[in-house]
Ligand binder design. Sequence first.
Ligand code: ADP
Ligand code: MG
Length: 283
Amino acid sequence: AVPVTVISAIGAASRFGVVIKSGAAFEQLGAVELVAFDKTGTLTRGRPEVVAVEAVEEGQRDRVLAIAAGLESHSTHPLAAAIVTASADPAPVVEVTEEPGRGITGSLDGQAVRVGSPRWISPGAFSDRAASFEEQGMTVVVVEFGGEVVGILGIRDELKPEAADTIRRLAAVGIDTAMLTGDNTRTAAALARQAGITDVHAELLPGDKASAIETYSATRRTAMIGDGINDAPALAAADVGIAMGVSGSDAAIESASVAFTGNDLRLIPAALLHARRGRQIMT
Ligand code: ADP
Ligand code: MG
């Protein structure tokens, strides 16, 4: 049976937005030594915006955006919403297939079209511009028509304002932090630097996030926090999986042992310290 002190501590947590699913989850939460963060939508606001468009041919920026938006209108990826919003006139792309962690393909006027990560489509495309965008923390996607690169987009998703303070608060109580992301190494490193995270794993495919968590949890009690999109396997692999700001039907909520009803990262130190105090009272 779950001790009555734990039941009341779980009740108190739910009143500040932290839903703990079991007594065992409460126990684990109070013993966490490392918190691994998903980047997109967890450390960042999850509201990306297209802030730069480069076309191979002069005067073709709207065309590049139209092709990308025509593909992305079929996707629910956070980058897709940014790209669709940026185009006044999405092209009628058909036969669309999404490649998780890579991008999306389709057909337009009988030609193959693709949008996705540079390393998937063409690592050399606009390489100086792309590197400079990434060093500023932007995500770059390449747009291709008929097997040729036609342009790139620079997309910015800002860090949440409380991110750096949250990392400092965790460090102050001896908790290590790490970032896991499917995004490229340069973008990830730029955002991690702003947040104060030094341990960064980038260019991960969805299954790689779960493997990274298994490696951490072999030596340290590990929490993984994600916002749901593709994060379910990593949440399930962690000692404590925390789903942040997700709605009831999401796969992440099933895979997590803790759920936050809001999106504020300071819920993490608040929840960990609350559970630590609860454990100390019991022992
Ligand atoms: P994250 O770990 O940041 O949530 P994902 O694993 O979803 O990222 O995606 C990794 C990378 O794959 C993205 O940064 C992007 O370059 C590319 N990508 C994935 N899905 C799409 C898409 N629908 N459109 C364009 N690029 C995509
Ligand atoms: Mg994500």
